[in-house]
Design a protein around this ligand. Structure first.
Ligand code: ATP
Ligand code: MG
Ligand code: MG
Ligand code: MG
Length: 462
């Protein structure tokens, strides 16, 4: 079947609606009630307390299309954008949820029926994984569903034990992959080549059974539950007969629009994909209440905007352009933009201000960086230059690293950190009682996000 992204979103919610699931709106990208989470990263976030048995919404089955951002914290795909066919910083996650209602067998059955009957995907292109110890799930797949055992593999906790963060609801999962064909490099899940883009994970079904505590121990949840997540853009790619998410209707419309604005003729240019991705996360983050700043969530947003602006600069943009993409974005996102649309003007304004501010130092910073790279001996850019770009020209480290990566060069992260530490010490000496803003910039580049409680106490996070 061929379907637009909008039709697919509707087909999913409709299917689960028919099977007794309450249709619930996407929640905000800012998880206001959860200090352990940077941004909403999965459909289950808004139901965390329901899984924990601390909240009763009056239904035991729900379905959503949840906007998600994975650009920091436990799930961070920022550096994959522009490099893989399947990762965005912002994407929509389709999900069905059972709160102590159905469990493994029905969850697997729903997913399989939706994919193979509603969407009519060929069964022999679907591969599945289960958590290594989960004999029950393996048995359901092979004996009840009839999946060829050659297309099922058992995987360890890294990929098949899902958790939203360092604490909170978690459990073993089973994942469904789609084989895009031999012409694309990559191996099936569980093989050394799995990170290629031939076998793409489309749906993750999590059997929520535990609540991970901050000391690492796991408490059983009051009732075994189900949380699933399927990337809307990934399943749309399959139904539209394309390999990359960036080739689906929503992205192509956006990419053509950007190419037109910037007078770029090569529609395959990776920078177009990056900009198309980043306008989605940035516009939706701002409409959900985040503003560019030097700490916490706002700093993650600032980093994404600056990366996008740098890619525009690479494509030859001479004037602020990023903020002008919001209108087209609203148009292509359809019903998913219903909260963004009324805020178009204020989102544009915030983006424009950030873009103009960065534009003042971008050219000079790029000249410095390119000069340093041209004269580089070895394969690593020194920490002092990385720090100078950060401190004087407003280049977040990951932006510098992004430029370097295009030329196969690494940045000296440790060297940068020691310059930061020295600056911090100078600032502290100068102002014994001031707030240490640099402390909050720690999210930068780090893979662990340790929670906002401290920042919230100091009033740094709005
Ligand atoms: P991958 O292994 O491909 O990075 P994941 O295992 O990290 O995906 P999950 O946490 O299981 O992803 O999320 C559920 C689903 O959401 C995935 O099966 C996928 O379809 C989709 N998804 C996850 N991350 C992204 C992303 N960055 N961009 C687009 N879709 C995503
Ligand atoms: Mg991932
Ligand atoms: Mg995965
Ligand atoms: Mg997964």
């Amino acid at each position: 079947r061929n379907m637009t992204t909008a039709e697919l979103r509707e087909a999913f919610l409709g299917y689960f609606g028919q099977h007794g699931h309450q249709r619930v709106d996407s929640s905000s990208l800012v998880p206001h009630n959860d200090p352990t989470l940077l941004f909403t990263n999965a459909g289950m976030n808004q139901f965390k307390d329901v899984f924990l048995g601390q909240q009763d919404n009056g239904y035991t089955r729900a379905t959503t299309s949840q906007r998600c951002v994975r650009a920091g914290g436990k799930h961070n795909d920022l550096d994959n954008v522009g490099y893989t066919a399947r990762h965005h910083t912002f994407f929509e996650m389709l999900g069905n949820f059972s709160f102590g209602d159905y469990f493994k067998e029905e969850a697997i059955n729903f997913a399989w029926t939706f994919l193979t009957e509603e969407l009519q995907l060929p069964k022999d292109k679907l591969w599945v994984t289960v958590f290594e110890d989960d004999d029950e799930a393996a048995d359901i797949w092979i004996n009840k569903i009839g999946v060829n055992p050659e297309r099922l593999s058992r995987i360890g906790a890294k990929d098949n034990f899902w958790q939203m963060g360092d604490t909170g609801p978690c459990g073993p999962c089973t994942e469904i992959f789609y084989d895009h064909g031999e012409h694309i490099w990559g191996g099936p899940p569980g093989t050394p080549e799995e990170d290629g883009d031939r076998y793409i994970e489309i749906w993750n079904l999590v059997f929520m059974q535990f609540n991970r505590q901050s000391d690492g121990s796991m408490e059983p949840l009051p009732k075994p539950s189900v949380d699933t997540g399927m990337g809307l853009e990934r399943i749309a790619a399959i139904l539209q007969g394309v390999h990359s998410n960036y080739e689906i209707d929503v992205f192509q419309d956006l990419i053509k629009h950007i190419a037109n604005k910037l007078n770029v003729s090569d529609l395959e240019h990776a920078s177009l994909r990056v900009i198309a991705d980043h306008i989605r996360s940035c516009a939706f983050l701002i409409s959900d209440g985040v503003l560019p700043s030097n700490e916490g969530r706002g700093y993650v947003l600032r980093r994404i905007i600056r990366r996008a602006v740098r890619h525009g600069n690479k494509l030859g943009a001479e004037a602020p352009f990023f903020y002008t993409l919001v209108g087209k974005l609203i148009e292509v996102m359809g019903s998913a933009a219903k909260e963004l649309a009324p805020q178009q003007a204020s989102v544009e304004k915030a983006l424009k201000a950030e873009e103009e501010q960065f534009a003042r130092t971008l050219d000079r910073g790029m000249a410095l960086l390119n000069g340093a790279l041209d004269n580089l001996a070895g394969d690593t850019l020194d920490g002092e230059t990385v720090f100078k770009l950060y401190d004087t020209y407003g280049f977040p480290v990951d932006l510098t690293a992004d430029v370097c990566r295009e030329r196969n060069i690494k940045v000296d992260q440790d060297g940068f950190e020691s310059h930061m530490a020295a600056q911090r010490a100078r600032a502290q000496a100068a102002n014994q009682f001031g707030t240490d803003y640099n402390e909050a910039i720690k999210v930068d580049g780090a893979s662990e996000f340790c929670g906002y409680s401290k920042l919230e106490q100091t009033g740094l996070v709005q």
